[in-house]
Design a protein around this ligand. Sequence first.
Ligand SMILES: CC(C)(COP(=O)(O)OP(=O)(O)OC[C@H]1O[C@@H](n2cnc3c(N)ncnc32)[C@H](O)[C@@H]1OP(=O)(O)O)[C@@H](O)C(=O)NCCC(=O)NCCS
Length: 130
Amino acid sequence: MIQEISIENLDLLNDSFLDKSLVFNDLKSNPFGHYLVYVDEKVVGYIYYSDIYERAEVNQIEVDSFHKNCGIGSKLLEKMINTVDKDITLEVKIDNIPAISLYKKYNFVEVATRKGYYNGIDGILMERKK
Ligand SMILES: CC(C)(COP(=O)(O)OP(=O)(O)OC[C@H]1O[C@@H](n2cnc3c(N)ncnc32)[C@H](O)[C@@H]1OP(=O)(O)O)[C@@H](O)C(=O)NCCC(=O)NCCS
């Protein structure tokens, strides 16, 4: 089941791999920020995105190590795509094959390379047109 986290229901994150205080700070400091979590008894995956006027951006997506490769990342990204219903951008490390494969599955394309963006490792800017 996918649910949105807000300041009011942060207790959903108790005993999960996602740090409650990090989410609290993100939601407090980013007026465009949203957290969708995948719950399977407890929270096992999340997508953090920003819905910024005419576009949206994936800030982070992560599935805990015991639940990877079960389709949870796909479900979270799909939910975000359908919810925002607009062009989406994101940045990913050039060597992050699982994440790049996930994004390509949902028709994100590479639009630019950010030289040394991640402590010397290149980043790729990807975009998905609505
Ligand atoms: C990227 C991540 C969220 C994917 O989540 P997931 O639940 O394992 O993904 P899914 O099971 O839905 O797989 C979706 C697609 O990703 C690709 N994929 C997933 N794991 C992969 C791997 N190890 N190698 C290659 N491709 C992979 C496949 O194309 C897969 O589609 P398919 O199974 O239909 O062919 C997960 O690997 C993760 O948490 N990574 C660490 C955090 C991270 O790097 N986040 C991205 C930051 S930009």
